[in-house]
Design a protein around this ligand. Sequence first.
Ligand code: NDP
Length: 398
Amino acid sequence: MGKVLIIGAGGVSSVVVHKCAQHPDVFEEIVLASRTKSKCDSIAAQIDRPIETAQVDADNVPELVELIKKVQPDLVLNVALPYQDLHIMDACLETGVNYLDTANYEPEDTAKFEYKWQWDYQDRFKDAGIMALLGSGFDPGVTSVFCTYIQKHHLDEVHTIDIIDVNAGDHGYPFATNFNPEINIREVTARGRYWEKGEWKETDPLSVKHAFEVPENIGTPNIYLMYHEELESLAKHIPHLKRARFWMSFGDSYLKHLEVLGNVGMTRIDEVEFNGQKIIPLQFLKALLPDPATLGPRTVGKTWIGCQVTGLKDGKEKTVTIYNTCDHQECYKEVQSQAISYTTGVPAMIGANLMISKVWSGEGVFNMEQMDPDPFMDLLNTCGLPWKVIDGPVIDLG
Ligand code: NDP
């Protein structure tokens, strides 16, 4: 049916390539390009279908344009880093090709999470008659679709959304991150922020927490209020919404290390002079930490990511919770990756699948909750991320 050009060859990309290869009816041809071609080649070597590979610097728009013209894909699937989003969108505009990503654009020198830069492409994508789908990972991505699914099938009005992301997995290291360390630490050390009654409220980083007894005996971690990008688009697109918050679990060892690293300046993202060279401490730290793509064989335990949503049904107040659980070792057996890369890579493949097969289509820039949730929810069930719905809450978050 179509051809996909995947950009980036890290942990998430590896899952995307495996999962696209499992659907040859939709992804007839797969091309994988990244900054380091050898990483594309080692992913391609794990797949028993031919995958073409290429080298590209995704910060260089003319280079991207040349590659896209040569490959002639139906869709560019961006799983490089958020810094590359706008360059890849520019190249898609120039070549008239649809675009999909899993994380919103961030400028490299400020940890600022806003859709503004990408929403500004709306008119240009519309005029070019092409579609950009933003945030087709798990959170954002599946969490956004969970909310619209509840809105469509379980409630007449959605009033509050609490997104809860628990990773109860253990990789055995005192400190490691489950996806790109630089992006992860920028996100976690940012100020907390949630949306209430039409305005943003701020908290000190990781200062609000609750103990959570996760369903299905997955664990009893603390979950911490933090900002996450889907809050911005949900606040814009879900009518009647009164409050939206995001919570993530962190272990004590992770937080202790993060505090010390922050105190000594290792999480700084500004340049410092070192031995006559300019370095960014967080980038140096990334070079020292375990590569998330290598955590697969040693990570055990499960993830639990869900949305607890309240609202009105037939005039009465009602709470509905919807969630997925994913087992790190099961993911490793299937695609040689841990569950964090898996839970991001599978929805990226599903979004691409729906765009290439034109089940999801449009002209302009779209967030996940603007699309019909049903075909996406069906594919989650058949592609490795089945979900469950509970009538009622799983936690009292006040
Ligand atoms: P990795 O760091 O493992 O991989 C990133 C890849 O992008 C690497 O192969 C890297 O190349 C490549 N890359 C970086 N810069 C360039 C460039 N200028 N040109 C070409 N390629 C480049 O990251 P992850 O796989 O962990 O994450 C991928 C994306 O997924 C990120 O945007 C992340 O924010 C997002 N994500 C989204 C989640 C969600 O649920 N929505 C959850 C987790 C991640 P090289 O190998 O040379 O360094």
